[in-house]
Design a protein around this ligand. Structure first.
Ligand code: SF4
Ligand code: SF4
Length: 185
């Protein structure tokens, strides 16, 4: 394990390219990312602060920050940064590192539960099924939610990549370990 900056380059470099993420070192703490962040208007997310914490090697603090998970990955900061810091992709990489060390937020883990159970991050619900029937369609489109064999393929990917273990998924209850079906303890 290197510094957090080095780990961001190593981990995210495989996906985005090392130079892409190395733009983090150009951050001058101007705050333009925070100023345009739609999520930051309604939450404690302060994008500039996340960049500062990453550069100051505040690994434990940033991995344990709930605000790390408040980013909606809208890429506004990415477009606004005057120094060309690839802010959103830095945040996504920090999340990947945090998740590998068991720090993924419960709402994000619950999205994994939906995918595990239905094949979709946003599964179709009873109201949508009724609407579909009202206009003469099958209640469900031909996706993994309807076809068990396809859902099993999705679940096989999760098992092969150990994503189930990463989010602490319980195959017996089909939700997170220690939680009820609504994701509550
Ligand atoms: S806009 Fe760019 S340079 Fe300014 S604080 Fe955010 S990441 Fe740093
Ligand atoms: S990508 Fe995330 S941090 Fe950047 S502006 Fe959008 S919500 Fe804010």
């Amino acid at each position: 394990m290197g510094t957090l900056y080095e780990d961001i380059i190593d981990c995210g470099g495989e996906i985005f390219g090392e130079e892409h993420l190395a733009t983090l070192r150009e951050c001058v703490q101007c705050g333009k990312c925070t100023g345009g962040c739609p999520s930051g208007r309604n939450t404690a997310l302060r994008t500039r602060k996340l960049m500062q914490m990453a550069l100051l090697d505040m690994r434990e603090e940033i991995f344990n920050s709930p605000e790390l998970w408040f980013c909606s990955t809208c890429y506004t900061c990415y477009e606004r940064c005057p120094k060309g810091v690839k802010v959103t992709d830095v945040i996504r990489t920090i999340r990947n590192l945090a998740a590998k060390e068991g720090h993924m937020s419960v709402p994000h883990r619950m999205i994994g539960v939906y995918v595990m159970k239905t094949g979709h991050a946003v599964p179709i619900g009873p109201d949508q099924m009724k609407l579909r029937e009202a206009v003469g369609l099958d209640s469900q489109p031909p996706t993994a939610q309807k076809h068990k064999d396809q859902l099993e393929q999705v679940q096989a990917i999760f098992k092969a990549t150990h994503y189930d273990a990463m989010i602490d998924f319980d195959w017996g209850t089909m939700t997170l370990k220690g939680m009820d079906k609504g994701g509550k303890k």
